[in-house]
Design a protein around this ligand. Structure first.
Ligand code: KG4
Ligand code: ZN
Length: 342
């Protein structure tokens, strides 16, 4: 019922997070530790460093979450943890912690698919949002269009055939010496730049299906930087490069999402919502482009607030709540999975 409280745990990448969420959508506490500073010197997430940092921090964050609310484990309705897909060392840390808490306190355990957690976040922020809806999931590890037909009922309409979109942002940022993660830095520079200065490819635009490709775009940016030489290091040039890159990405997303919306509408005449999720959904320019494209096709865009777009434990707890409602729980034997398609 509404007063049920679920503990969520997220450790699949470089965020260590715990959250206590009530079934009536109240976030009771949600401490989060970002390992950014630990990975930044390496220009990307180092799996072994991530796993060790999760071990160091997770217990403390869980204790902090519980103390902030003043409840004990026995007061929980269940424990939910990301069980994949993700960096396996980190996933094991989170899942094992959840299993232990569940076992010792005789609580239901939910092994959450991280992608499902991103997918269901929209129902956490928009209580009236019913199935089915169309999901565009764009993160550091994923880029896919999914018809969400129910909890556990997902149909993939398209996916990336090479890089994830966040990865492309991060690589472009790296080439420009902007540090890691690159998405926010690229967006900030792009805001002041000329999106038409550099002609860049729009991979797969106009082709059948809803798949994505970003490696050719990334390579085109590299060639552009090489051709520019030292000029590429100038602030004004970097702004124009970022703006041109972001505009190309926008065109690709709009083209692919529009195709998906048309096909989705044919299958589900009353499904008129496009949900944007994943870390790249934090990008304001891309949100605006997709919002306009959706409106043009009679869809509304639901995009969670930034803190719920990037990795967090609130979405994991919420996925746990959705699963518990359906009595879809797991036993202690459930494995941690590096790969786990929706
Ligand atoms: O969902 P997320 O936190 O982690 C994964 O599950 O992958 O997404 C992280 C990704 C990174 O690649 C980061 O550069 C990207 O999201 N990102 C952005 C922005 N903020 C974060 N990309 C573009 N624009 C942004 N404002
Ligand atoms: Zn994620």
């Amino acid at each position: 019922q509404d007063s049920a409280i679920v503990l969520g745990i997220e450790t699949s990448c470089d965020e260590t997070a715990a959250a206590l969420v009530r079934a009536d959508r109240q976030v009771l506490s949600a401490p989060l530790f970002s390992q950014l500073a630990e990975h930044a010197p390496y220009g990307g997430v180092v799996p072994e460093i991530a796993a060790r940092a999760h071990v160091e921090k997770l217990d403390l964050l869980v204790a902090e979450a519980m103390a902030a609310v003043g409840i004990g484990f026995a007061d929980l309705a269940g424990v939910a943890a990301t069980a994949g897909p993700g960096l396996i060392g980190g996933v094991m840390v989170g899942l094992l912690t959840a299993k232990t808490i569940a076992l010792v306190n005789d609580l239901p355990l939910v092994a959450v698919n991280h992608l499902e957690a991103h997918a269901l976040t929209a129902r956490f922020v928009a209580p009236e949002l019913d199935f089915p809806y169309l999901l565009l999931l764009v993160s550091g590890g994923h880029c896919q269009l999914v018809a969400v037909e129910g909890v556990g009922r997902y149909r993939q309409l398209g996916t990336t055939i090479d890089d994830a979109l966040g990865e492309a942002f991060d690589k472009v940022a790296k080439m420009l010496g902007l540090g890691y993660p690159g998405g926010p830095a690229v967006e900030a520079l792009a805001a002041e730049g000329d999106p038409e200065r550099f002609p860049l490819p729009r991979p797969l635009i106009g082709t059948k299906g809803c798949d994505f490709s970003f490696s050719g775009l990334k390579t085109a940016v590299r060639h552009q930087i090489l051709a520019l030489g030292r000029e590429a290091g100038r602030e004004a040039t970097m702004r124009d490069l970022c703006a041109s890159f972001q505009a190309a990405v926008g065109d690709v997303l709009v083209d692919r999402a529009a195709r998906a919306m048309r096909s989705f509408r044919a299958d589900h005449p009353d499904g008129r919502t496009l949900v944007l999720a994943g870390g790249v959904a934090a990008n304001r320019y891309l949100r605006q482009r997709l919002e306009a494209a959706a409106a043009g096709l009679g869809f509304r865009l639901v995009a969670p607030p930034l803190a719920l777009c990037t990795d967090n434990a609130v979405m994991v707890a919420w996925a746990g709540i959705e699963r518990l409602r359906l009595a879809s729980v797991n036993d202690q034997a459930v494995p941690a999975r590096a790969r786990w398609p929706l």
